[in-house]
Design a protein around this ligand. Structure first.
Ligand code: ADE
Length: 250
């Protein structure tokens, strides 16, 4: 799976994502992350990418031209990569003629969720558009954006951190990125429930003992206990999720 991030701060994105599990996944070729500097595409001789908003108001807006040209370069690159694959598998390419999804990170978007991560993990390419200053000229958004996504109801200074959050959540769903296949399956939000509590050695720490059932070796009982704990925890910590789960499991 390939992620393409259109940004004014490529080093922030690359440094943040080329470490730990995602760094290893990149090295193994399971995912690829490229950051495209929007400033490289400006036609302004002073390399300017922003200007005042018409009608007045605070701050500056990112202009349409550099954003559009950066997007076009990525779109062409993706088309080229898909063509390369053509020789390998003609049918696969024929099925992938649709344009890649372009995600604009904005507090005005649909709120990102595990479900959305699962949907997006099915794509071969994803383009993330990161805004800065007071936003981006509306006309280029209308032209290229397919999905408006927010990571929560608060305002950040730019789209880079939200893009990184999304790339992390999506990448760990790509096969083989996590070491053990089951860990992405039995975790929080699986079935709308939060994950059960976990314990490791020693059996007793600061007077607190590991629940006896986990030491019993009785798999059915352990499964039962974990499920009960998941339900209890969800009810206490996320009553909204608990109600959703209850509704589905009536
Ligand atoms: N840009 C600024 N704030 C944001 C948020 N909460 N989610 C996505 N993009 C943003």
């Amino acid at each position: 799976m390939r992620f393409h991030v259109l940004t004014l701060f490529p080093e922030m994105v690359l440094q943040g994502l080329h470490t730990s599990i995602l760094g290893r996944a990149c090295e193994q070729g399971l995912i690829a992350i490229e950051a495209v500097n929007i400033r490289d595409y400006t036609k302004n001789k002073h390399k300017k990418v922003d200007d005042y908003p018409y009608g007045g108001g605070a701050g500056m807006l990112m202009q349409a031209q550099p954003v559009y040209d950066a997007y076009k370069a990525v779109e062409e690159k993706i088309a080229g990569l898909n063509k390369e694959k053509e020789g390998e598998n003609e049918l696969a390419t024929a099925n992938k003629i649709s344009k890649p999804r372009v995600i604009y990170l904005t507090p005005q978007g649909s709120v990102f969720s595990q479900h959305m991560a699962e949907e997006l993990a099915k794509e071969e390419d994803l383009i993330f558009l990161c805004g800065h200053y007071e936003g981006i000229d509306e006309r280029v958004l209308e032209e290229i954006v397919t999905d408006y996504v927010s990571i929560g109801d608060y305002v950040l200074t730019g789209g880079e951190l939200p893009a990184m959050v999304m790339i992390d959540a999506i990448s760990r769903l790509v096969p083989e990125v996590l070491n053990n296949d089951v860990s992405a399956e039995f975790e929080s939000f699986h079935e709308d429930l939060l994950e059960y509590p976990q314990y490791s050695r020693p059996e007793e720490w600061q007077g607190k003992k590991v629940p006896q059932v986990l030491l019993s070796g009785h798999h059915a009982n352990i499964e039962k206990w974990r499920r009960e704990q998941s339900i209890k925890r969800t009810k206490e910590r996320r009553p909204d999720l608990y109600e959703k789960w209850k509704e589905k499991n009536k």
